[in-house]
Ligand binder design. Structure first.
Ligand code: ATP
Ligand code: MG
Length: 415
């Protein structure tokens, strides 16, 4: 894509009321636009990255047999009354229309997915089953000061699994632990992300959170480096340490962001709706459930928080909006012609390229924009690079570039 055609522009300053690093950089780069506290729109660059993260998650969900759906955001009040959450969930948005009807604006989808399934499954042969979606959630978050890490409207992947035995549930749950590790590694923050034990609330002994360490995190976790085991501070007590085989003195305290979590729901949501099946002997049982969330927008924001440097964003190759940022420096025709040639061959080779073809922008400004946007490779065509016989290629994470030929450039980028 030609940068001269991109409707968004970079900015030197973020809005004065924006205090978080992720939103500041994403707004300055034109990835997102702030609508109000905790509410952001995704613009072309931001959406490209969001879609790449979604697709990594989608691939991994499909690989474990997940069936994708897209459930409604408007949810019947009666469903929420049935589970008791109409009253108990503090962050639930309750919307009244002009006819006086009141509905919930979905913060999660147990109250929708279970009644849907009830229409279709009833035999033990229908299980196991897993259903997921990638969809906008709404929550009345009181503190919405962390940019896209804590939105009032935000994109989440939520999967729900359904089983006829505890064994079958546990097998799937353990598989999902590995799937989650794979996802965070593919997105580029595997080395900073720990699976942490957390309290499962009233219905389960444990849940597992996936926590990415950063000083700005809202959560505190304790890590045992030797075994790689971690636990949330909220569950920290001697009994739990004993159960996990951990020694207090060896644990390191870290701040972290919860990018995902997995829960054993048992029959908490299947029971109120009587989601049941008939076994081989003709006996009726309530279905067992698990749920598996990932904050997709939060994950994007987390990558920005933990990988950025003082010049801007650093995208991992797997989720970068473009593979390479091509810069034409100076506006004489020879440079223009050469840069155009490079641009066309990158496109022909299906390499995603953002081409800074803007005239009347100084080299310094183009370099600063490239650093801010954080595309993994920067390829510069200038009078100097032409004189030295090629294109100056530099990784976003490197200080110095090197001159490469067009063939070499294509080879490096199609690796
Ligand atoms: P938190 O403790 O951070 O509020 P949660 O326990 O409420 O999270 P879940 O309801 O389990 O979160 O949602 C699943 C995932 O969605 C979380 O692991 C997190 O990554 C993401 N998430 C939750 N709330 C938000 C939010 N307000 N904005 C962005 N992402 C969120
Ligand atoms: Mg919450």
């Amino acid at each position: 894509m030609r940068q001269s055609k991109l409707f968004t522009k970079t900015r030197r300053e973020a809005p004065a009321d924006e205090v978080s690093k992720n939103a500041e950089l994403l707004i300055r780069g034109g990835f997102i636009h702030k609508e109000m506290a905790g509410v952001y729109s995704y613009l072309p660059l931001g959406l490209r990255t969001l879609r790449k993260i979604e697709n990594i998650i989608r691939e991994e969900m499909n690989a474990v047999g997940g069936q994708e759906v897209l459930m409604s955001s408007f949810q019947p009040k009666e469903n929420w009354e049935k589970t008791g959450r109409w009253e108990s969930m503090d962050d639930l948005y309750k919307v009244t229309d002009s006819s006086g009807r009141v509905v919930a604006l979905g913060p999660t989808h147990e109250e929708i997915v279970v009644p849907i399934l009830k229409n279709y499954v009833s035999s033990h042969k229908d299980f196991p089953l897993s259903i997921y979606q990638i969809q906008n959630k709404f929550r009345m978050e009181l503190r919405a000061k962390s940019g896209i890490l804590r939105g009032r409207e935000f994109v989440m992947k939520d999967m729900y699994s359904f089983h006829t035995s505890k064994d079958d549930f546990e097998k799937f749950y353990n598989k999902m632990k590995e799937v989650y590790k794979t996802i965070f590694a593919r997105v580029g923050i595997g080395h900073l992300t720990y699976m942490a034990f957390a309290s499962g609330g009233t219905f389960s002994k444990y849940s597992h959170e996936f926590q990415t360490i950063t000083p700005l995190g809202e959560d505190t976790i304790y890590i045992d480096e030797a075994s790689g085991t971690a636990l949330n501070k909220e569950v920290f007590n001697d009994e739990i340490l004993n159960q996990l085989g951990l020694v207090k003195e060896k644990l390191i305290e870290q701040k972290a962001i919860e990018v995902g979590n997995i829960f054993d729901l048992k029959t908490k949501y299947s029971k109120p709706f009587d989601l049941s099946y008939v076994d081989e002997k003709g006996e009726k049982h309530i279905v067992l459930m698990g749920c598996y969330g990932i904050g997709v927008g939060r994950l994007l924001g987390t990558v920005v928080e933990v990988l950025a440097d003082d010049k801007g964003i650093i995208w991992p190759e797997s989720i970068a909006p473009f593979a390479v940022h091509l810069l034409a420096l100076g506006d004489d025709t020879e440079i223009e012609k050469e840069a155009d040639k490079v641009y066309e061959s990158l496109k022909r080779n299906k390499i995603e390229v953002l081409f800074d073809d803007r005239g009347e922008i100084s080299p310094g400004e183009k370099f600063a924009d490239a650093d801010l946007l954080g595309i993994p490779y920067r390829a510069v065509v200038s009078s100097r690079s032409i004189k030295e016989g090629g294109i100056e290629l530099k990784k976003r994470t490197e200080e110095k570039g090197k001159i490469v030929s067009l063939e070499e450039l294509l080879k490096i980028l199609t690796r």
